[in-house]
Ligand binder design. Structure first.
Ligand code: SF4
Length: 325
C-alpha cells in the first residue's frame, strides 16, 4: 500500500549572515531524514531542542521548502515551486502549533477563523461555512455559541481546541502537531491529547507528532523517530523502541523520563547538544556518549536495520546483546 507521506532524504540548510569581515556560515538543521507514514497512523518525533524536529515540522507542513530531498503525498511528489501542486496539497496537510494564541488572529471571531480555510479554498456558501464552523466547535467540545467570541475570551486549553478545530476544517489527511500540549497546564494536557486521538480515529487522520516528552509520545505514537543534531538516530515501532532502545541517546532520553525509566542504573544524559554550526566529527553524539570509542570519533554511523528497528550506532549490537550497561 502506498504510504500517505514519504519523506526521502530531506535536508534543510540555513545561511547565517555574519559581519562583513567574517565568513557566512551554514547551519545544517536537517541532514538527511527519511521515513514513511501510512494513513491514520501516528509517528512521534522526539529529541532535545535544536535536534531539527521543528524544522522537520515546517517542511512537512509545506511552510518552507527543503534544501534537498523529496516529499510525496499519496505517492505524488510535492514540488514546492509549483503553485498549483501546492494548492492541491495544502488542504491535505495542516499544522497545529505549540502556542494556540499565536496561531489565532486575536481580532478575528472564532467562527470566522474556522470558516476562513473553507473560504480560501472556495468551499461552500457563507452560510454553509458558518454551519461547518459551529459543527466543528461542537466536535472539539466547545459550544456553537462560542463562534462569536474572540480568542482572548477562552482558556489556553479551549484555545488549543479552537486551533485544532481550525486545522481540521479542510478535513486533512495529515496533521503536523508541533508540541501541541506542552504550553498547556498539566490538568488540560491529557484532554487535548485525547481529543487529538479521538479526532484522528474519527476522521482517519495521520499525525506527525513532534514532542520532547517521551511519556506523551508513548501514549500517542505508533512509530517513533529519535532525532539528534538534524539526523534520525533510531526509529521503529514506538513500543519496541521505548522498551528496547538500541541507541545510547534514546536510552538516555528514556532515562530522563521518570515514568518510562525502569532501570535505575541507567546513565542520564549529560551536557548540552553541540552547536549545529560545528557538529562533532564521526558520531555527533560521541562527546556525550558513555560508550564512545575511537571509531565513534572518526566515522559517522549510518542508519541501518537491527532487531526490527533502524539505528545509527557502531555499538548497537553490543547494546542489543546487553553487553553495555
Ligand atoms: Fe555512542 Fe559510538 Fe554509538 Fe555514537 S556510535 S552513539 S558515540 S557508541
Amino acid at each position: 500500500m502506498t504510504p500517505l507521506l514519504e519523506v526521502d532524504n530531506l535536508h534543510r540548510e540555513y545561511r547565517l549572515r555574519r559581519a562583513p569581515w567574517r565568513r557566512d556560515e551554514t547551519v545544517h538543521a536537517l541532514a538527511g531524514v527519511s521515513f514513511a507514514l501510512h494513513a491514520a497512523r501516528t509517528v512521534g518525533v522526539v529529541g532535545e531542542s535544536g535536534c531539527g524536529k521543528t524544522t522537520l515540522a515546517r517542511l512537512l507542513a509545506l511552510i518552507e521548502a527543503p534544501s534537498a530531498g523529496h516529499l510525496r503525498l499519496d505517492g505524488v511528489p510535492i514540488a514546492l515551486h509549483d503553485r498549483d501542486a501546492l494548492r492541491r496539497a495544502r488542504p491535505r496537510v495542516q499544522m497545529v502549533f505549540q502556542n494556540p494564541y499565536a496561531s489565532l488572529n486575536p481580532r478575528q471571531r472564532v467562527g470566522d477563523a474556522l470558516a476562513e480555510p473553507l473560504r480560501l479554498f472556495g468551499r461552500g456558501s457563507a452560510a454553509e461555512r458558518r454551519d461547518a464552523a459551529c459543527a466543528m466547535l461542537q466536535r472539539v467540545g466547545l459550544d456553537a455559541a462560542h463562534a462569536t467570541r474572540f480568542p482572548h475570551m477562552f482558556s489556553g486549553g479551549q484555545r488549543q481546541r479552537i486551533a485544532i478545530a481550525r486545522a481540521l476544517m479542510l478535513r486533512p489527511a495529515l496533521v503536523i502537531a508541533d508540541e501541541p500540549a506542552s504550553a498547556l497546564d498539566v490538568s488540560v494536557r491529557a484532554q487535548v491529547l485525547n481529543l487529538l486521538q479521538e479526532l484522528g480515529d474519527a476522521f482517519g487522520i495521520a499525525y506527525v507528532f513532534i514532542s520532547h516528552d517521551l511519556d506523551v509520545v508513548r501514549h500517542v505514537a505508533d512509530e517513533l523517530l529519535v532525532m539528534y543534531l538534524g539526523r534520525c538516530v533510531e526509529s521503529g515501532a514506538a513500543q519496541q523502541v521505548l522498551d528496547a532502545p538500541l541507541h545510547p541517546y534514546t536510552r538516555a532520553l528514556i532515562a530522563a523520563t521518570p515514568r518510562l525509566h525502569r532501570d535505575a542504573a541507567r546513565r542520564v544524559l549529560d551536557g548540552e547538544p553541540p552547536s549545529p554550526l560545528q557538529p562533532p566529527a564521526g558520531c555527533a553524539f560521541h562527546p556525550r556518549c558513555p560508550h564512545a570509542q575511537s571509531r565513534c570519533r572518526a566515522e559517522r554511523p549510518v542508519l541501518r536495520p537491527l532487531a526490527g528497528q533502524l539505528v545509527a550506532c557502531h555499538r548497537a549490537e553490543d547494546i542489543a546483546r546487553g553487553v553495555l550497561g
